[in-house]
Design a protein around this ligand. Structure first.
Ligand SMILES: [Fe+2]
Ligand SMILES: [Fe+2]
Length: 474
């Protein structure tokens, strides 16, 4: 079904045929817009931004690019098409037809899964709301806003499911999604990483590289769900998510490139010297990697979790690329390695595979995030500089699960309190690092100009040149 943009709420779910649902969502819509006005990108209300808008859910040509005045963005409800013969791919219901309605016995677990995913979407918009004031270029400003409007749309995606399938409870949860605030101690967002600040653009790029990638893996697991509307919604969200991770990977890559240019052009590798030239030194970038990687790893939850087992067994949440895994998709008698600490050392033990599904998804995520860091290293090599980034060990700086609070170095050794205290400034961003990065944040908004600490992109958006006027101020 094509997306109907004549409707108050653009959608491809034939909203007009369900008046009660339509009215409920049209009641939520102004509350969403109020939230966007209060918590969306600061000062952006009169900007015309060159944005992509979904016009179909077909893989070929689903996006349309044009200038949009930000608050007039058409947030809508888009599900991938259903295939009439889709079967459940895992768990106790494997082989049965997928569900078009929520089975009563799974209602509260499904609602919790949808609310937890939904809560991350507005949270990241809140975390990023001030960044536009210090954008390094119009190109980057546009990318920030693109990510923000799409996170807003992902909230719509989850709110649709809550309204459509969860009755009054669902409507209350949809209200609460607009009520919580990232970092507010009285009404925080549900997950830890979404209450952290995103105070500068290096943090933003790291967030979109690591934390939006957590989104990719969570959405991929939900895309396997036996609850078909959730699977179809998350499949379309994944299409949008790819751009968010591109913004992160290419943003960090451009910072690294600029740093390498300054290092080789001026023959400096001393950190303080390099900072005088206004570039971000590679060790600081490594500490940001360590921070964002570890905070994001916590989002996958506890290593061994009975909830994870229940979600899988009951068909609510699958594994990453479930269909490509060659096993029984039931996992009752299988094992999976998780860490434990014995005699002051990390060692692996076998846990029941069903209970270790969070750990498995975390490992899938790590494999994926290592690949991009390898591409960052290629840039350094190209400049002949002797430095290599690494993703920190899974046990480094963890706050959730049995590894929480353990002192482990980025290369995976358990260390004493003293060693941790002595090395922490080498491993995690210091106050000075953050202040230095903050000191570089100015506002560059002349078309084709880029802040000194970041290289221009190799290509613009939608085949436009890098110097294109991606944002028009009015
Ligand atoms: Fe999202
Ligand atoms: Fe995202």
């Amino acid at each position: 079904m094509a997306i109907d943009y004549q409707q108050k709420i653009p959608n491809n779910v034939d909203l007009a045929s369900d008046k009660v649902l339509q009215r409920a969502l049209e009641h939520w819509q102004p509350e969403f817009l109020n939230w966007w006005g209060d918590m969306g990108p600061e000062g952006s209300h009169r900007f015309d931004v060159y944005l992509r808008t979904a016009v179909s859910v077909e893989p070929s040509g689903w996006a349309h690019f044009d200038y949009v005045r930000m608050p007039d963005y058409r947030w809508g409800i888009f599900l991938n098409p259903s295939s009439s013969d889709r079967r459940i791919g895992f768990g106790d219901h494997k082989g049965e037809a997928v569900w078009q309605e929520v089975p009563g016995e799974y209602r509260s677990n499904l609602r919790r899964i949808i609310v937890t995913q939904g809560d991350t979407e507005p949270a990241s918009v809140e975390q990023q709301r001030h960044l536009g004031m210090t954008c390094p270029s119009l190109y980057d400003l546009r990318n920030l806003f693109q990510v923000n409007v799409e996170e807003g749309r992902h909230l719509w995606a989850m709110v649709y499911l809550l309204h459509r399938y969860f009755g009054r409870d669902g409507r209350e949860e949809a209200e609460a999604l607009l009520d919580r605030r990232s970092g507010d101690p009285n009404k925080p967002r549900i997950l830890g990483a979404f209450n952290e600040q995103t105070p500068d653009w290096l943090s933003f790029f790291m967030f979109t590289y690591f934390t939006d990638r957590d989104g990719k893996f969570q959405l991929s697991a939900l895309a396997e769900s036996a609850f078909d509307p959730l699977a179809r919604t998350t499949r379309f969200m994944l299409t949008e998510e790819a751009h968010h991770m591109f913004v992160g990977e290419s943003g960090v890559a451009r910072i690294i490139q600029r740093t390498c240019e300054v290092m080789t052009g001026n023959k400096v590798d001393d950190v303080q010297q390099l900072r005088k030239f206004g570039a971000i030194d590679l060790p600081t970038i490594q500490r940001y990697i360590n921070f964002h990687s570890s905070v994001t790893l916590d989002l996958f939850g506890s290593d061994v979790s009975s909830n994870a087992a229940t979600f899988y067994t009951t068909g609510l949440k699958g594994r990453f690329e479930e269909g490509r895994i060659a096993d029984d998709h039931i996992l009752k008698d299988q094992a999976y390695p998780v860490y434990e600490v014995a005699d002051g050392k990390l060692s692996l033990r076998e846990a029941p595979a069903l209970n270790a599904l969070n750990e498995r998804l975390r490992d899938d995520f790590i494999k994926d995030s290592v690949a991009g860091v390898g591409r960052w290293n290629k840039i350094i090599q190209k400049y002949g500089i002797n430095f290599e980034f690494a993703v920190p060990h899974k046990a480094f700086h963890r706050q959730i699960g049995p590894l929480a609070g353990l002192k482990v170095s980025p290369d995976g050794h358990v260390v004493g309190e003293d060693e941790w205290a002595g090395r922490e400034a080498d491993w995690l961003p210091t106050k000075e690092d953050r202040a230095y990065v903050q000191s570089l944040m100015g506002r560059v908004v002349e078309p084709g100009k880029f802040a000194n600490w970041i290289a221009p992109p190799a290509l613009g958006i939608n085949k436009q040149p890098a110097a294109f006027e991606y944002v028009r101020f009015n």
